[in-house]
Write a protein that binds this ligand. Sequence first.
Ligand code: ASP
Length: 329
Amino acid sequence: MNREVLLERPAAIFEGLPGPNEFYGQDILAVSQFNRRNLEYLFALAERMRDVVETRGGIDLLRHKVLAAIFYEPSTRTSSSFIAAMERLGGSVIPITQGVQFSSVSKGESLPDTIRTLEQYADVIVLRHPEKGSAAIAAHYAEKPVINAGDGPGEHPTQALLDLFTILEELGTIDGLTVAMVGDLRYGRTVHSLTELLLNYDVRLRFVSPEILRIPLDLMNKVRDAGYDVRETYDVHDVIEEADVLYVTRVQKERFTDLAQYEQVKDYYEITPELLKHAKERMIVMHPLPRVGEISYEVDKDPRAAYFRQVRNGLYIRMALLAAVLCPG
Ligand code: ASP
């Protein structure tokens, strides 16, 4: 990619990518939309976004394009990275976040009406909502593309994409790895999305959780039916030596109806330097963040702690997605 050409002609960023742009004008709702081919395309575009950001901060690819970012649930990284992504591509954002309780939703306006209103101003909609399936409902009503930024305990596809991209960047491959997911596998939507996405690759899966937070049965059956080498355990020591990726998650307090149950499991795991002594020298510890005690702060110094690099990759992946959805390529 010639950096000088990009200054004159930002759309040149798409030239020479592997394969056609399958995302133009599409909703991004679930990881089932992805396969090895279009993932390769997206990751190659994300690499270019990294180069653009590192060399000159951004590119005027989406000038005069507007994103409506609607967050009905708290978000730090997802909302701010979508905003940063849009702005580094030269576009702008209508942020409906903190003030959402003051918007028409609290006056009883339905999701379809909110979506149909905001798309009059915007070219693309990013939605986070507490109900599973909400992004698909929004997409049904919207004419503009909708990107799912987390639908309750359902999916979080853009997080899974940045997670997978991080594994690839850090370890150079996905095939052949052992990926251990630790923590709240029941309600953790990032776990659900990443597990499904990993089924495009040849991996071994280990699920580590307390009994009440086990991976949903339908997802476990899907993994088993696809013939994967998969195991469940309560004890992180069972997997620490073989893991290439230790994907740690927070217990999702907001999804519990019985808070006493949350109290029982909230401190179940803590990843410490002591535990990591048993891990491979070349492996990574990931976390979608926020962490609330599952990884001790001393682990941050360990070069294997990849969670802040993972955050940064979220910017490149969301830039790539926005570019691919809004430009024919
Ligand atoms: N930030 C991630 C999510 O929105 C993980 C979490 O909240 O625990 O799902």
